[in-house]
Design a protein around this ligand. Structure first.
Ligand code: NHR
Ligand code: GAR
Length: 193
């Protein structure tokens, strides 16, 4: 079985979309794959309860307990590797990962970023797109490399930026598209893992 491990920091709606798609399309039978675990760096992440409702194993590795990124990541990797992942999925995971961690999961580590990369890597993407006067925004699924939000692009979706948009209304519009493209990109990648 190809195990998928999902890392979250917050509400976990992308994680929920992946889990629902895996159930609906019966990934265990059709792709020999399953969401094996959901791991958060924040104990209060809403996505943890959602994962438990789906009988998925959950874990918390709180980055604030560690003095350095390397020590945090060593514990995170140990928890991840208990589930022998074929694929590691960042879904609203908010900690930058060091080159050493990325190397360990090279080629099987994905992220979804709420902009049309290579535009607006990093944080606060929606406000930056509005401030730049962009007429379109969107989301990007990409392989994670050592350089933040720069890995090979697997899929994108585009939404309009409307005249009265705030960062919140634009984020909500982008998020509905994220829920479509992330499960689709994962399903497309699974046969190659
Ligand atoms: N790590 C690497 N090496 N490469 C990528 O492409 C990564 C990554 C880690 C996370 C997600 C990302 C995004 O899609 C991601 C992609 C967090 C930050 C950040 O600045 C930036 C980008 C992303 C995630 N985090 C702060 C930090 O110091 C903390 C911010 C917070 O906790 O709110 O790690 O946008
Ligand atoms: C999503 O919009 C995701 O693209 C973004 O955070 C949201 C998480 O929502 N990710 C980042 O900004 C990474 N820096 P979710 O927890 O409901 O999936």
């Amino acid at each position: 079985m190809k195990n998928i491990v999902i890392l979250i920091s917050g509400g976990g709606s992308n994680m929920g979309a992946i889990v629902r798609c895996a159930q609906r399309d019966d990934w265990r039978k059709t792709r020999g794959a399953q969401v094996a675990a959901v791991i958060s760096n924040r104990a209060d992440a809403g996505g943890l309860a959602l994962a438990r409702e789906h009988q998925i194993a959950t874990d918390v590795v709180d980055h604030k307990r560690f003095a350095t990124r390397e020590e945090f990541e060593a514990e995170l990797a140990a928890v991840i590797d208990r589930h022998q992942p074929s694929l590691l999925v960042l879904a609203g995971f908010m900690r930058i990962l060091t080159p050493g961690f990325v190397q360990r999961y090279q080629g099987r580590l994905l992220n979804i970023h709420p902009s049309l990369l290579p535009a607006f890597p990093g944080l606060h993407t929606h406000q930056r797109a509005i401030d730049a006067g962009c007429k379109f925004a969107g989301a990007t699924v990409h392989q994670v490399t050592a350089e933040l939000d720069h890995g090979p692009i697997l899929d994108q979706a585009v939404v309009p930026v409307l005249p009265d948009d705030t960062a919140e209304t634009l984020a909500a519009r982008v998020l509905t598209q994220e829920h479509l493209i992330y499960p689709r990109a994962i399903a497309a990648l699974l046969p190659r893992l």
